[in-house]
Design a protein around this ligand. Structure first.
Ligand code: UDX
Length: 462
């Protein structure tokens, strides 16, 4: 049996990584994207965004002759066509915008023949696959829905070694299952769980997974709000409840909350779709998840302003703008949002190891510097918005020589409070009591439970 030839339609985040991943599995792969500049960048072997390991995987595929990119489907001979285009939030609505999915399918129809398989990977409202199948099937081709669970910053690993594969197919479509099995043969050979189901369940698996993750984060952030009023410590609390295997410690990282191109828009689209299909009460929970998430951003602004007021004013050094570490993505980034809101009323100097350029495009009014020291130099308050390793591993004794600030507001509960208070900083955090450098500590007390270095406390094992 000859290996299936792959086309990937849409080379944004998901598609670029998927195309490179398929090529690295040894499959002949063509990535197709309407954006000629993006195609040229990818064809030159470099990713149009920051993603650890992706450049190397692109170059290996291109140099090895298994991977190429082009601006349309002309001349492409493929057996399996993956649809990886974006489904952003519609302007002025919570619903997903399916323009790109519809255009991708319409563009593919003339190329489709008997025996080909179209595989949707984009995150779509439930019911979309059924609607698209009605367009694809008359050509003799089949449709399957195969959602993608990759995390930014870990996208290469998540593509090559996913936790599970989910195939949504028409009832009894063994040929579609067999074709996907061929594509993923080397992943399945490692006993990766594979779930074969119908279109609707496959679509819902993806949005339910994201809704659950968002709910977990907002749950701990709601507890953080209570902890702030009770004088309790949400990080110790998360450690304690997270030991229960039924709960688990991951995604209980309290802080300024979730952002990015997926979780916020996916929970809104999921809620909107549930209302459309006649279950208006089912996911009211997700509205609350969204509200809790927004309130944590407000809280961070409030804490920084409170500290500035106590100091009689001064500048803020904003550390981090990306929505999470190891990414230059600033879509719906909590850190960027906080920085922009603070900058409306205060002098803010921001620094991010990777996201400076995308952040500057989105917030041209924000002062973003290229070196950490330029942000720290004139600051009165240091605010942590994204827990890059570079920040988590800062030596506070050294930082104290690089800034006159003696207050740090940790929006991610990522800093070692003991080390920072010992170095003379006041440490303010989300959902935890403030710590002053002068406060005497009980020498018999255990170490700071949030201290970095213990992987069990990482939000994600990076
Ligand atoms: C998410 C899903 O994890 C992934 O499976 C899906 O395919 C796409 O959406 P991603 O957006 O890359 O992936 O980021 P993720 O690691 O899930 O983090 C999302 C946001 O939640 C980030 O802003 C992060 O800072 C925040 N977060 C995460 C917390 O605030 N606390 C946590 O404990 C974990």
């Amino acid at each position: 049996m000859t290996a299936p030839r792959i086309a990937v339609v849409g080379c944004g985040y998901l598609g670029a990584v998927h195309a490179a991943g398929m090529a690295s599995l040894g499959l002949d792969t063509v990535g197709i994207d309407v954006d000629a500049a993006r195609v040229a960048t990818l064809q030159a072997g470099s990713a149009p965004f920051f993603e650890p390991g992706l450049d190397a995987m692109l170059r290996a595929g291109i140099d090895g002759g298994t991977l190429r990119f082009q601006a349309d489907a002309a001349g492409v001979e493929a057996d399996v066509w993956f649809v990886c285009v974006g489904t952003p939030q519609q302007p002025g609505s919570d619903a997903a915008d399916l323009t790109f999915v519809d255009a991708a399918i319409a563009g593919l129809l003339p190329a489709l023949r008997e025996g080909m398989l179209v595989v949707g990977k984009s995150t779509v409202p439930v019911g979309t696959a059924e609607r698209l199948a009605a367009l694809v099937e008359p050509t003799g081709a089949r449709l399957a829905w195969n959602p993608e669970f990759l995390r930014e910053g870990l996208a290469v690993t998540d593509t090559l070694a996913p936790d599970r594969l989910v195939y949504g197919v028409r009832d009894g479509d063994d040929a579609a299952v067999a074709a996907l099995d061929e594509v993923y043969a080397s992943i399945l050979a490692r006993d990766t769980p594979r779930i074969v189901t119908d279109f609707a369940t496959a679509e819902l698996v993806k949005v339910s997974a994201n809704a659950f993750l968002a709910t977990k984060i907002s749950f701990i952030n709601a507890i953080a709000e209570v902890a702030e009023h009770a004088g309790a410590d949400v990080v110790q609390l998360a450690d304690a409840i997270g030991i229960d295997a039924r709960i688990g410690r991951r995604f209980l990282g309290a802080g300024i909350g979730f952002g990015g191109g997926c979780l916020p828009k996916d929970i809104r689209a999921f809620r909107a779709r549930s209302i459309e299909i006649g279950a208006p009460e089912a996911l009211g929970l997700l509205d609350e998840v969204d509200r809790i998430n927004q309130r944590r951003r407000d809280r961070m602004v409030e804490l920084v302003e409170r500290e500035l007021t106590a100091l009689g004013g001064g500048a803020v050094a904003m550390l981090g703008l990306a929505f999470k570490p190891d990414s230059d993505d600033v879509r719906d980034s909590a850190a960027l949002d906080v920085a922009m809101r603070l900058a409306e009323r205060h002098d803010v100097v921001a620094y991010d190891p990777q996201a400076a350029a995308p952040a500057a495009r989105r917030a041209p009014q924000l002062r973003i510097v290229d070196a950490l020291d330029d942000a720290l130099a004139g600051a009165a308050v240091v605010a942590l918005g994204t827990e890059w390793r570079e920040f988590r591993e800062l030596d506070p004794i050294d930082v104290a020589t690089r800034t006159s600030a003696r207050v740090v507001v940790d929006g991610r509960n990522a800093l070692d409070r003991d080390a920072w208070t010992a170095a003379g900083f006041r440490v303010v955090a989300i959902g935890r009591p403030d710590r002053d450098p002068s406060a005497p500590r009980d020498p018999s007390a255990p170490g700071d439970p949030s201290a970095p270095g213990d992987p069990s406390h990482d939000q994600e094992a990076r």
